[in-house]
Design a protein around this ligand. Sequence first.
Ligand code: DAH
Length: 348
Amino acid sequence: MSIIDQLAAIESAALASLHDITTIDALTAWKSDYLGKTGLIAKLSRELGALAAADRPAAGQRFNAVRASLDGAFAEREATVNAAAQGHAFASEALDVTLPGRPLTVGRLHPSTRVLRMITNIFAEMGFQVWESPEVETDTLNFELLNIPADHPARDMWDTFYIETPPGAEKVLLRTHTSPGQIHAMRAHAPNPVRVILPGKCFRYEQVSTRHEMMFHQVEGIAVGTNITFSDLKGTLIGFAERLYGSGIKTRFRPSYFPFTEPSVELDVECILCSGTGCRICKHSGWLEVSGAGMVHPDVLRNGGYDPAIYSGFAFGMGPERITMLRHGIDDIRWFFSGDERFLQQFI
Ligand code: DAH
């Protein structure tokens, strides 16, 4: 076979195999096989010297033409393969911009915190300062100074967690109510007037049930000064109930008993769930208990540093969990501190 025929055979084999190439690696290999320094065409060109001198120029031109044609075919194929590779990369790395984003979990306030803030805002509007007092108290402050002596049957109202102390030392306990805050607040102000609320945690050694938790919140309130009467107590608590539940809410005061107030009352509001017609939540009475209250007992005033002949005052204590339960128809207090997100997420 003549060199020219061999060259033609190489060209058509090269073009045929180029046609099937789909990868850059195969393209590179093809280029070195046919057009490289040791490729088939270069090898064949070495035989040009064996041709008759008259045939050489035409053969040389033919070699150049084949090289140019293969170079052209290579460039075209390379463009196609690159475009295909790029298309493939785009497809595999594609971003689906229509996919909805993952929502961030938004933190929210605990329902007790929300209601505590509502309550403190309402009393702040009425001129009460917000105070705090310790969660760990002495027996003296939690009971004795509030007119609850050691053997008084009223102690049954507060089952208590005592903290171990050396024999003979003063008894220390987790406060069973926020009422010792009354003594702290009075002692910090006497003989000047005082008007504060004291929100905070309380603890009771209690069988946990749908209505009782061993930890819960209370908001205590106390106002002491001259000429403070039972009307002030009524006006303050009715004003509070109207701001919390809406003006026009019906309220009533029932006589009650607490050792640290005399007289003592309980504030009821008309059941907001059944509007007073009677339902499971109000136990078919039409009323919901909201707060204990009363005129500060003379002994307690004295323990706070005020002369009961000159000064008088009122006090009240309410449970924000209970208020929240009544607002939202929650039937089990244990939900509040269970840490169950299904419960907490319902309060936006
Ligand atoms: N400390 C009482 C309790 O825990 C609630 C209470 C009632 C507080 C009447 C008061 C009050 O200040 O006047 O049950």
